[in-house]
Design a protein around this ligand. Structure first.
Ligand SMILES: [Zn+2]
Length: 231
């Protein structure tokens, strides 16, 4: 008993939700972040999720989370393995949704990454200031050309402050490879040059090295989470 108490004081709390709790929490999340509703309103994003289920699993797997390192308290929901194409993600305010069958060897790293996204929701202003210090500027959605905007994957972790320009110029856009048959995981991050209007397949030299090992550097919040930045 002494040991578990000392663990609790050292480490922010993780709580795993039952299915009933998870259903309730996801309803509350939707009322605030509107992620699923926004997906339904967006033809390409909706098509990419057409065959996928988005529901918590009936019974939560037994996984040891006692050594998982997190940045802020979180609640975990185990989701159907097809939810968001099997990609872990967060929902308002502190929910971390993980597909059941997520490999246990990478669970700790994944939960830390997602807890950084929860922290970004909780302390948005602190993270926005970090983005600005790193050389990013928030870009209005209306500035993104319609033909690219309609092909951008919607990500619940980044959708509230959706577009940013690096050095006032380079805007990463996670575009579905195929607009007619979008596949949720089949996305490439292009770089739109807002000074020339040209869309580049490769990152600009100014940032290429900084994001070298990052699979989808689609947003400064994503870059921060991959780099496990702590503020
Ligand atoms: Zn992420």
């Amino acid at each position: 008993m002494g040991q578990s108490q000392s663990n609790m004081t050292k480490q922010p709390m993780i709580r795993v939700l039952s299915r009933d709790e998870a259903i309730q929490a996801l309803q509350e999340a939707e009322a605030t972040d509107h992620f699923r509703g926004d997906v339904r309103m967006d033809p390409v994003n909706n098509a990419a999720r057409k065959e996928l289920f988005y529901s918590p699993v009936p019974s939560v797997p037994r996984v040891d989370l006692s050594k998982v390192n997190i940045r802020t308290p979180i609640r975990i929901i185990w989701m159907d393995s097809s939810a968001e194409g099997g990609m872990p993600h967060t929902r308002w305010p502190d929910l971390v949704c993980i597909p059941v069958f997520w490999p246990e060897f990478s669970l700790a790293k994944t939960i830390l990454h997602e807890s950084i996204h929860v922290d970004q929701r909780m302390r948005a202003n602190v993270w926005i200031e970090w983005c600005i210090r790193e050389g990013w500027t928030l870009v209005e959605e209306s500035e993104i050309p319609e033909r690219w905007l309609g092909r951008c994957r919607l990500n619940p972790d980044t959708m509230k402050y959706r577009f940013w320009a690096y050095q006032n110029r380079w805007v990463p856009l996670p575009l579905y490879e195929r607009e007619d048959k979008p596949v949720l995981r089949d996305v490439h991050v292009f770089w739109w040059d807002r000074t020339t209007g040209v869309l580049h397949k490769d990152p600009p030299r100014a940032i290429a090295e900084y994001i070298e090992s990052i699979g989808t550097p689609e947003h400064p919040f994503e870059i921060a989470a991959y780099k496990e930045i702590q503020l």
